[in-house]
Ligand binder design. Structure first.
Ligand code: PAP
Length: 340
């Protein structure tokens, strides 16, 4: 896997919008809109996006060219994207960057700077061409739901896609904390919006279901992971990831403890405490404002929702999720929908 380049802000040269797809030629002002979070959200093909993200996703739709050997990491925001990027980068690049070496890129780079997003930074300012310039095989990431994947991505064929999901209650809490960096929002308000499916890249159930369904249809090309299971058995999941990426651990690596080294290097505590992540700031990674790397390392716990949601709120959200996922085979182990 190639290292991700540092993106430079460039003048946009325009470019074809490609074929008109439902909603993709509409400007945000003509799309359905909801207020409530730190920015108004617009509904593009069933997915709630900030105005900036609408434009960025449209540019990716029009200009991004998938390659057969791309590896795509996909998450709904706050499901463990930073962790998955760290793990996938480390596993895929370990012949070039020894995991235990003192010069590993993760020691000096936030994981987001090693694995680029398709739709971030804002593609109206940072060209999609930057992604096209990356050598193969590319390790890329996206938050877009299945319906908004760039044309040509599906069916996956020989492409590989790793999807990571998380208990929606913990996602809500993490999202709420993240949003506080931009604007104070009451937790109750955030809860109601989230239950309606109105959050960036939401509804979360449609996001999960779209990729769950894909994993059922194309099991050889989709690795579907859950944050709480990864937290419970990180070494097992690192091995699964390596197998899936086509670079299984050798007998020598196993006996040399490389799997455990990967787990340790990418662990929440280790990454959070690195100076690059505790003090580092990146301009333009998410929006116009510089982003503190520490924003991506809050608690890193399973079940922190218990500190924020009442029993009634937890049951309400779980029952909504359970109803939306009914019949799919996808469940979340922390569900309290039917507990008394
Ligand atoms: P993003 O989608 O905006 O990039 P993402 O990385 O998915 O963010 O979300 C951050 C969450 O992952 C945080 O969860 P919390 O708010 O519940 O604490 C963050 O702490 C957690 N996280 C970040 N790095 C790791 C890691 N190495 N291991 C486990 N959890 C992590």
């Amino acid at each position: 896997m190639a290292d991700a380049p540092q993106f430079e802000k460039k003048e946009h040269s325009g470019g074809s919008e490609g074929e008109a797809r439902d909603g993709l030629t509409q400007t945000p002002t003509t799309l359905p809109m909801r207020e409530g979070w730190f920015l108004p959200l617009f509904r593009l093909q069933g997915c709630w996006l900030t105005p900036q993200r609408v434009e960025s996703v449209k540019l990716v739709q029009a200009q991004f060219n998938p390659r057969p050997d791309d590896v795509l990491l996909v998450t709904y925001p706050k499901c463990g994207t930073t962790w998955l990027k760290a793990l996938a980068f480390t596993v895929a690049n370990r012949s070039r960057h020894p995991v235990a070496g003192g010069h590993h890129p993760l020691l000096s780079h936030n994981p987001h700077d090693l694995v680029p997003f398709l739709e971030l930074p804002d593609r109206t300012l940072y060209l999609v061409a930057e992604l096209e310039a990356l050598p193969s095989p590319r390790l890329l990431c996206t938050h877009v739901p299945r319906a908004l994947l760039p044309p040509g991505t599906l069916p996956l064929g020989c492409r590989r896609l790793v999807y990571l999901c998380r208990d929606p209650k913990d996602v809500l809490v993490s999202t709420w904390h993240h949003a506080q960096n931009a604007r104070l929002i009451e937790f109750d308000k955030a809860f109601e919006l989230f239950c309606e499916g109105v959050s960036v890249f939401g509804p979360i159930w449609e996001h999960c279901l779209g990729y769950w369904d894909l994993s059922v249809r194309e099991p050889n090309n989709v690795l579907f992971l859950k944050y709480d299971e990864m937290m419970a058995q990180p070494a097992k999941h690192v091995r699964m990831l390596a197998e899936f990426l086509g670079v299984p651990f050798t007998v020598e690596e196993e006996s040399g403890g490389v799997v455990e080294e990967v787990v340790r290097l990418c662990s929440f505590q280790n990454l959070r405490d690195l100076p690059v992540n505790s003090d580092g700031v990146v301009a333009g990674r998410i929006g116009a404002m510089p982003t503190k790397n520490s924003m991506f390392f809050r608690k890193g716990k399973v079940g922190d929702w218990e500190n924020y949601l009442t029993e009634e709120m937890a049951r309400k959200l779980d029952c909504i999720i359970e109803e939306k996922l009914r019949g799919s085979g996808l469940t979340f182990s922390q569900s309290v929908c039917h507990s008394t």
